[in-house]
Design a protein around this ligand. Structure first.
Ligand SMILES: [Cu+2]
Length: 332
């Protein structure tokens, strides 16, 4: 809730600042949408996003579970997880129709647990994640309406061998559960299509995409394929600032194959492959700001905050919580 006040606050306090002639802040979708726009030939864009996602409390399907209920079946229950992601990206217009995009991510994860013996412990992992290369191809532009195709290849540069010390492994480190791994360990092909449109004050768009994991990784498993559909709506308060709402739907499969290093599947729900994926609907509020003058003229700052609206989980999992993204973009 406090983020809504923050967004409204930014708008009200800054609204008096000098306004720029051309409408631009809302030419981009909310910052959480990847590959929402293309670039003209020879144009570069750099971007940085910081994303913080958090998960807490357990659920099966749409039924919440207490720690005691989880500890009836498992020796340990997760309590919460925090994921911090730093995402560095570039875009380049190869031609008037084709844009290439690259992205590297740095992860910093932590997970809190409770054991049957009523003991708490935390595990950590972090490092460079998978590398993404995308091609965006303009299919159609008609008036203010535009369609482009997205094709992303995810290259498995992130580690799937993350270890840490747990009470059961002390004093040695042990292979951390699936959600604490940094990469997929497999290549992934992610095709999609994006529609965007705008008029005087309003902008809107939609994107649908899939994520298809290729084969299994060298630990013997592969993360679930995903289907995503999302739509957004933006309102231009002033040419340099826009507000946005977004709704996203994700369907994710459970993990296939198995990492044999998890010897005891009664240890914790996060080592059981059935306890992954589900159906998720998230709602977001955001703002896009384009600095209208001065040294940072043309730099974009954006913020988006999301919460789950619905989540129907496969097996026993932690619930997804809030999702915050802060971004910077600059084209030249
Ligand atoms: Cu761009």
């Amino acid at each position: 809730m406090k983020y809504i006040y923050l967004i409204v606050g930014i708008v009200l306090t800054c609204n008096a600042i000098a306004q720029n002639g051309s409408s631009t802040a809302n030419n981009h979708a909310p910052i959480g949408v990847m590959g929402d726009h293309t670039h003209g030939k020879g144009e570069f864009m750099l971007s940085y996003r910081y994303m913080r996602m958090n998960m807490e409390d357990m659920r099966t399907g749409t039924t919440d579970l207490s720690n005691e209920e989880v500890l009836n079946d498992y020796m340990v229950t997760p309590l919460s997880m925090n994921m911090n992601m730093h995402m560095l990206g570039f875009m380049y217009g190869i031609s008037s129709k084709l844009t290439v995009m690259g992205m590297v991510n740095y992860y910093d994860n932590s997970m809190d647990h409770l054991t049957r013996m009523n003991m708490n412990f935390t595990t950590n992992s972090g490092g460079l994640g998978d590398t993404k290369i995308s091609f965006l191809y303009d299919l159609m532009k008609k008036g203010n309406h535009k369609f482009h195709m997205n094709f992303t290849t995810s290259i498995p540069t992130g580690s799937i061998d993350e270890t840490d010390v747990t009470p059961a492994s002390e004093p040695d480190a042990t292979q951390l559960p699936y959600p604490m791994q940094i990469g997929l360990g497999t290549w992934s092909l992610n095709p999609g299509i994006t529609y965007s449109a705008e008029n005087d004050k309003l902008s809107w768009g939609a994107q649908t995409s899939g994520q298809f994991r290729i084969g299994e990784n060298d630990r013997g498993y592969s993360f679930g394929n995903q289907f995503n559909a999302q739509g957004w709506f933006g309102y231009e308060v002033a040419p340099w600032i826009g507000l946005s709402t977004r709704v996203s739907f994700t369907n994710e499969d459970s993990i296939s194959g198995v990492d044999e290093s998890y010897m005891n599947l009664m240890m914790v729900p996060t080592v059981v492959t059935e306890n992954f994926g589900g159906n998720f609907i998230n709602g977001y509020l955001g703002t896009n700001i384009m600095i209208p003058s001065g040294f940072f003229k043309g730099h974009r700052i954006a913020l988006e905050y999301g919460l789950p609206v619905m989540q129907d989980l496969n097996g026993t999992q932690m619930k997804r919580g809030s999702n915050m993204i802060i971004g910077w973009q600059y084209a030249f």
